[in-house]
Design a protein around this ligand. Sequence first.
Ligand code: 11C
Length: 346
Amino acid sequence: TGYSVAILGATGAVGEQILNTLDNNNFPISELKLLSSKRSAGKKISFRGREYTVEEAKPESFEGVQIGLFSAGGSISKELAPEAVKRGTIVIDNTSAYRMDENVPLVVPEVNEEDVKNHNGIIANPNCSTIQMVVALEPVRKAYGLKKVIVSTYQAVSGAGLAAVEEMKEQSQALLDEKEINPEILPVGGDEKHYQIAFNAIPQIDKFQENGYTFEEMKMINETKKIMHENKLPVAATCVRLPVETGHSESVYVEVENGTPDAEELKNTIASGEGITLKDNPSEQVYPMAVDSVGFPDVFVGRIRRDLDQSNAYHFWVVSDNLLKGAAYNTVQIAESLVKLGLIKE
Ligand code: 11C
């Protein structure tokens, strides 16, 4: 018993975490297919005591597959998601390919689980930095409404993939050894210039758009409005890459619509939110940090305080494992929502 599941991008950083999460959450699987590009096909991966050979993904790979978990890059999703849907697969897509498509729900179960009911074969999983922010904002929105959000991010290199992690490590070692470095990947694989990430902070994640914002910043802005059904909410973002391996951190400024709760009340409100662990005790230097978030599905929130000049404005710090709640865990949660809401049958 269980569901027939395919993972596309099984050999990547997120694919690996999807397998771990399916196992940890005891997701019922009757059949499992591990798929990848031609380059990674043939690799062996074990899951629940069985060894699987990774196969090259083709349209026919999705025959008989009920749930397809896609994280192999946008262009592969564009090519194969329609093929999978044609064959009856429900695709949960981790790339940015379909997120802003109005026929595709963009889902963070703690915020808009019911949106999965509107799917037409594809459900999109949001960007990692968006997910952790909307989870933290949702209890605030429910209690007081949102008037404005400004976020600055401090993002980990694993968001840019395993090769970027390697680049950061090799550069760090080379610089410690006083050797030359030759940046090739960060800030963005496909862009013209590459910069040192070791011992640095780079204010560019993904490519620049014509409006002067990067694509990562526009994802945070547009996805937040779509997930929260807050089309008119003013949102601004500045996204920065730091030499942190895993765990995105964010400084969030929020103005609420109704009321002027004090910091203690806001802490209690945020702590009551789904998927949130409060870590906020300045007197004992307790606050969320990237290294402590690794391996946990929670969104950690701390440093909650009221603005000194504006009584309906607040600042807080949000940290989460970008590969888990930011990607794999949210993907598996969406699959669980499909089961829970009776949208898929064993
Ligand atoms: C990063 N947020 O940290 C990106 C990675 O749209 O799913 C996720 C890219 C995406 O570089």
